[in-house]
Ligand binder design. Sequence first.
Ligand SMILES: Nc1ncnc2c1ncn2[C@@H]1O[C@H](COP(=O)(O)OP(=O)(O)OP(=O)(O)O)[C@@H](O)[C@H]1O
Length: 613
Amino acid sequence: MLKYLLPTQLVTPADSAADVSPHGRTLERAFGAAYPLIRRAAWWSIPISLSGLLPSIFLLQVYDRVIYRNATSTLWALVSGILCFLAIEFWLRSRRSRLLRDAGATIDHEVSNALLHSMLERPLRALEQRAASAWFLLFRDVGAVRGTLTGGLAQSLFDLPMALFALGVIAIVAWPVLPVVVAFLGVMSFLAWWWADEVRAGRVEEAQRSRSLERMTAEICNARETLKTQANDGPSIERWRESYTHWLAESFRKNGEIERARDGTTVLLTIFSTVVITVGAVAVMQQWMTVGGLIASNMLAIKALQPVAGLVSNWRALAIAAEAAKRLENVLAEPVEKPKQDIALPQPPGLVTLEELSFSFHEALPPVLQNVNLRIGVGGLHAIVGRNGAGKSTLVKLLAGLYTPTRGSVQIGEYDLAQFGRSDLAGWISYLPQEAYWFAGELMDSLRRNAPGHSDEQIIGACRLSGAHEFISRLPGGYATQVGEGGTGLSVGERRKLALALAFLRNPSVLILDEPSNDLDFQSERQLLSTLLAVARKRTVIVVTHSLRIVSAATQVYHVNGKGDVEQGSATLMVPRLFGVRSAATLNTAADEEAAIHADVEQAERVVAARAA
Ligand SMILES: Nc1ncnc2c1ncn2[C@@H]1O[C@H](COP(=O)(O)OP(=O)(O)OP(=O)(O)O)[C@@H](O)[C@H]1O
């Protein structure tokens, strides 16, 4: 019976779309795992319900046997008996709560875990299409499903047998009031059903408003520093206030309905008590039942009605959980990337080939890249240049296997990237995006977590290579410095150097860096270039850059022209065409600039060689 009252997502097999994703049937699986616990909790409810009748029977006995007969010893026997049973009831209730908690934890663990995997395993394009706040709300949905299945609603459902038992006892000790109790039970059940319908109507709109408000709040929280620095928070506050007012109005209306239902239930229960006492009093005067029977039946009748009244106040939670379950089911059924392959393929050389590659973000939009053919590597420093929005980042995401071409293919060595998921490719192609997130915590701990299998010595070696070691050494806490959420406490350039160190540690065949010299000072850029040139002697280094210094030193330059084409040529050919100067060195009258770079390259090479050894 329990199954029929629950959101359908939990108990019926999801449709065929769920087969696309390994997480598609998670809700059903999680509930399947928790169901035996819930069922056991339901069985425990029978003795709990029975013991719930004992106070009424105690009262009946006290009135009918103790008071009228002055039987003190019977009273003590009854008191000891009831205390004993209450202790047992307490134990039974804590067992049932424990089972429900375990069931809740099972559902929460399974669904949250699947949600996290589903988020991190989906393709980058899919990730870009759902905001962080939407994911955050989905994690909250898991709590809503867990809370409803194992919280107040479950308790009300489990207490329903109490209604039947109470009716049975009333039939024995106070049969004249039985028709009244049955009639009220019918009225309350009808109201529970009717209010459930009322609660459901308009829930979707209320939920949408609430989610839109939460999204906007999250966005404003994320943008708090930008809003502060630009002193332009007026429009954001206005938008937020408008959204808040709409949500508040809708929520007030809905809460009003719920409160009316709750208040109505309370008044009805009081009316019901009065009617039972009136009918019972008449029955006592007619000697159809005893005074004890009247008082006990009043108590029993309330026990019978309480679970139904509980259902009334919990309908809203059920409606919220049903919507949350639907949202989770839809998200978990969305496709994820291919899982990691079992085959240990040999690491390919750093040759990346693009064949007739086209890519567009949407079929209605013109392609960012069209029929591009390129061969990049083996080895060398390759600079990708072009105006803002020309498609450079898009190109490198395709090279890293993060985007799937709309047409054509990308290959590394002899392998087509389409056959691999990101986890397979990560060992061969290392990609450093423009914005690298840095987690809160001790610097060295974060470095170790991100570079499993590497010794502290190797990590520090990579930090030297990326230029991070210098600034870390200057920090009062050194490698033990505590960094805030998102890398607060470090400058943008410092975060970039740390991310670079991690990219070096992966030791890939192809290293792709999206604008790595952004935010770097003059000296750091020179050091970075030296390191890249050293790494490029053995590996293919692809750099998206606006830096004339890096482009001048590149083996090959690729110009993404913003019309879908990519032109390729040597630095000597491309730099004068694109930058209007011969090379970076011509900008710097100090002739020893290039010599200094070469000296740095030698130094960086020695570090690389020492690390490889
Ligand atoms: N997720 C996306 N959805 C739709 N269009 C996008 C998306 N990302 C980028 N674009 C569009 O694709 C084009 C190429 O963007 P891309 O980020 O590759 O440019 P870019 O050359 O790297 O620019 P920049 O030098 O400013 O970083 C731009 O017109 C951009 O508006």
